[in-house]
Design a protein around this ligand. Structure first.
Ligand code: NAD
Length: 354
C-alpha cells in the first residue's frame, strides 16, 4: 500500500460538553473575554434562551430574538444596531444553524467573540463558514473571523428537539460526514471523525425516534453532530451538496429534507469512485452496504425518501440536471448529465438508489 500524503489543519476553539453545562455560561463568556454579552435566539426559542441566560446574570445586557433562516442581511443590521447601542463586546447564540449564523454575521462585522450554544445537529458552530442572503442572492464565505471562540453542547437542550427535526438534522449532519470521507481534501484524521459520527448517529437516531428524551442517545447524537461539524469545517463538499443547493434553490425545497432524500442517491453515484469512503461507511454501519443502510435509516426514522413528497415538480428533473452540471463542485466521480439525470429521477420518485 502506498503512503498517502495529506494536510490536516486543526481549528482553534473550545468545547464544553455534558448535561446541564449551560449553568457554566458565565465562566465561558469570561473565557472568551466577554464582559457585556448580547444574547441571540429565534423567536421560537426566546423563552428557552432567556431562561438559560439567567446563568450569566448581569453579563447578558440584551436579547435579540429575531434570528431567521439563511441569515438575511437586514436582520443582521438590526442585531448590529442593538449590539452597538448596548455597547456589547460578545455574543451568545443559543439555537441551531440560523441563530449561530447570526452570531457569525455579527462577528464578521465587529470581531466580537462568540459563544455558540448548539441545540440542533447542523454543526455550524464548528465551522468557519457563513452563508448570508441579501434579497434572493445567497453568498457563502469561509473565514476564521466567523468561527465561534467557544461552543457549549448541553445535552439537556436537545431533549425537546422535535422528532422530525431530530431525523432530518441528523441526516443532514451525516451528509457532511459522507462527503467529507470522499472529499478532495479529506485526510485520515477527518476520516476517523466521520466514520465515528456515522456509526454513532446510526445507533442513536432510531432510539431517539422511539424515546426522544433518552439522554444517552441524545448525548451520542450531539457528540456525532460535533464530529460532523468538524468534518464540514475542513473539507470541501461534492455532488450531494451541489444537488441539494440546486434543488433547494430551483424549487424552494426544504433544506434538511432535501438532504435526507438525496444522500443515498449521491452516495450510490459516487460509490464506484470512492472505495475507501465506502469501506469506512460499511464499518460505521456494522458491515451493511452503506447505500442500503442509509435508505433503511431514513425509513426507520421517518425521514422523507422522495423529492416529489417534499414539493419538487415532475417537470423539474431536466432543469435540475442542467443546473447541477453548471459550475459543478469537484466530485470523486465525473459528473455526467445522463447519470445525474437518472439519479435525480430516482430521487424524485423515491426509487432505490443505483
Ligand atoms: P434552525 O436553526 O433554522 O432551527 C429551526 C427551528 O428549530 C428554529 O425555529 C429553532 O428555534 C428551532 N429549534 C432549534 N433547536 C431546537 C430545540 N432544541 N428545541 C426546539 N426547537 C429548536 O435549523 P438548523 O437546521 O440548525 O440550521 C439551519 C441553517 O443553518 C441553514 O440556514 C443552514 O444553511 C445553516 N447551516 C450553516 C452551516 C455553516 O457551517 N455555516 C452548517 C449547517 C447549517
Amino acid at each position: 500500500m502506498s503512503v498517502q500524503t495529506f494536510r490536516y489543519e486543526g481549528l482553534p476553539g473550545r468545547v464544553l460538553f455534558g448535561r446541564g453545562v449551560t449553568a457554566q455560561l458565565a465562566d465561558v463568556i469570561g473565557q472568551v473575554g466577554g464582559t457585556r454579552a448580547l444574547l441571540l435566539s429565534t423567536a421560537q426559542q426566546a423563552d428557552q434562551a432567556r431562561t438559560l441566560a439567567m446563568h450569566a446574570g448581569a453579563l447578558i445586557v440584551g436579547h435579540f430574538a429575531e434570528a431567521t433562516m439563511h441569515t438575511p442581511v437586514e436582520v443582521t443590521a438590526r442585531a448590529l444596531a442593538m449590539l452597538n447601542d448596548l455597547d456589547a463586546d460578545c455574543v451568545v447564540a443559543i439555537g441551531g444553524g440560523s441563530t449561530i449564523g447570526l452570531g457569525k454575521a455579527l462577528a464578521l462585522r465587529t470581531d466580537v467573540p462568540q459563544v455558540a450554544v448548539a441545540t440542533t445537529y447542523a454543526g455550524s458552530e464548528m465551522t468557519p463558514i457563513l452563508g448570508e442572503t441579501a434579497g434572493e442572492r445567497k453568498t457563502t464565505q469561509r473565514t476564521l473571523n466567523v468561527l465561534p471562540e467557544a461552543v457549549i453542547y448541553d445535552v439537556d437542550l436537545t431533549l425537546d428537539l422535535p422528532v422530525a427535526m431530530t431525523a432530518t438534522s441528523g441526516l443532514n449532519a451525516i451528509a457532511h460526514a459522507v462527503e467529507g470521507l470522499y472529499a478532495r481534501d479529506t485526510n485520515p484524521v477527518i476520516g476517523l471523525f466521520a466514520e465515528e459520527a456515522v456509526g454513532a448517529f446510526a445507533a442513536a437516531l432510531p432510539r431517539l425516534i422511539d424515546t426522544p428524551r433518552d439522554p444517552e442517545a441524545r448525548a451520542e447524537a450531539l457528540r456525532a453532530a460535533w464530529l460532523c461539524g468538524m468534518v464540514l469545517a475542513t473539507t470541501s463538499m461534492s455532488l450531494h451538496h451541489k444537488l441539494c443547493h440546486t434543488l433547494g434553490g430551483a424549487f424552494n425545497l426544504p433544506h434538511a429534507e432535501t438532504h435526507s432524500v438525496v444522500l443515498p442517491h449521491a452516495l450510490a453515484y459516487n460509490a464506484p469512485a470512492a472505495p475507501a469512503a465506502m469501506a469506512a461507511l460499511r464499518r460505521a454501519f456494522g458491515g451493511e452496504d452503506p447505500v442500503t443502510a442509509l435508505v433503511a435509516l431514513a425509513r426507520r426514522i421517518g425521514a422523507p425518501t422522495a423529492l416529489r413528497d417534499i414539493g419538487m415538480p415532475a417537470d423539474g428533473i431536466d432543469h435540475a440536471a442542467d443546473e447541477a452540471l453548471r459550475n459543478p463542485y469537484w466530485n470523486p466521480r465525473a459528473v455526467e448529465r445522463d447519470g445525474v439525470r437518472a439519479l435525480i429521477a430516482r430521487a424524485y420518485a423515491g426509487d432505490p438508489p443505483a
